[in-house]
Design a protein around this ligand. Structure first.
Ligand SMILES: [Zn+2]
Length: 313
């Protein structure tokens, strides 16, 4: 699996010229995004629309890496979310969805994998602003020096939280969720392997935290990375939600087991560019579309490199 946007986008059939033009439009989208949000023109677009943002690593040493956000940009995203959205815990967003309450402009912040900077840096920035968040941990990575393939290919040494870090995060009021034991591809694993990855991650987290773990995010996150059989195992394990990592907003009637997220990755050079693209996703999402099976590609604006291209680890 290629790691650069150019390589994979080319595989996806977008030529390098198109990609260059898309990159050249990013500053314009940043300006348009600022206008949309500062003028409140975006407000009606977010009626009955919520957003779940997805971060991975926050680390200036790897800021050009696709799944990494610089510390400066992360602070800008926190300020942008606090200023223009109602940031609420994922559990509260699910309760609003289940109860038919208004979800307009609600936003939940999530992190996948369990990178240590989530604890050492991001949590403090979130706390400064009173922003809740959910951290999805790959349980077998926690407290180890395992370097998975996507970091190994780039010569990056992965740094994971310890279980003490995880317990401290939980103690600070943040929510922790499961992301399998080994970062398994839930589009491939089945049977006892799938059972171990899904039930096992929940059991380990609950044992380490001494608290119920209610949310599950499947690794890689593309629509093809979760089978219906494994989605059933997630439900059977007692999770209350199952989150993807492909682009799309949340709409009333969405199943909690088919929730889309919008990854924050190196494609975005500004939260206003992200906000502009998110508005386009909100505008394209059909109203009243309950239980969408696969909303990713259909709701992604054409010139964001595909989720596969950005590879959401
Ligand atoms: Zn992941």
């Amino acid at each position: 699996m290629a790691n650069s946007i150019v390589q994979v986008t080319t595989e996806d059939g977008i030529d390098p010229g198109q990609l260059r033009r898309a990159k050249a439009r990013r500053p314009l989208k940043r300006v348009a995004g600022r206008l949309l949000y500062e003028s409140h023109l975006s407000s009606p677009i977010w009626r009955d629309r919520a957003l779940i943002a997805l971060f991975h690593r926050i680390d200036d040493r790897h800021a050009s890496n696709q799944i990494t956000c610089s510390t400066t940009l992360f602070r800008q995203f926190c300020d942008f979310f606090a200023r223009h959205f109602h940031v609420i815990p994922l559990t509260d967003l699910l309760a609003r969805l289940a109860g038919g309450a208004d979800i307009s402009r609600q936003l939940a912040i999530t992190f996948d994998d369990g990178y240590r900077d989530n604890f050492t840096f991001a949590a403090a920035e979130l706390r400064k602003r009173g922003l809740p968040a959910t951290f999805f941990l790959t349980t077998d990575f926690i407290g180890t020096d395992i370097t998975p393939w996507w970091d190994a290919e780039l010569g990056i040494r992965s740094e994971w939280m310890t279980w003490n870090d995880a317990r401290a995060l939980h103690g600070q009021g943040f929510d922790l969720g499961a992301h399998t034991c080994t970062h398994a591809d839930c589009g491939c694993v089945s049977g006892t392997d799938a059972h171990r990855e899904i039930h096992g991650a929940k059991a380990r987290l609950e044992q380490e935290l001494g608290a119920a773990v209610r949310h599950f995010a499947f690794p890689y996150g593309g629509p093809e990375r979760m089978t219906e059989a494994n989605r059933a195992i997630v439900q059977e394990a007692g999770f209350e939600s199952c989150l993807a990592a492909h682009g799309g907003v949340v709409t009333p009637g969405d199943s909690p087991f088919r929730l889309c997220r919008v990854p924050v990755n190196s494609w975005y050079t500004s939260p206003y560019q992200f906000g502009f693209e998110a508005v386009r996703m909100a505008m394209r999402s059909p109203r009243g579309s309950a239980n969408r099976a696969s909303a990713g590609s259909s709701t992604s604006p054409n010139d964001i490199p595909s989720e596969r291209a950005i590879e959401n680890a």
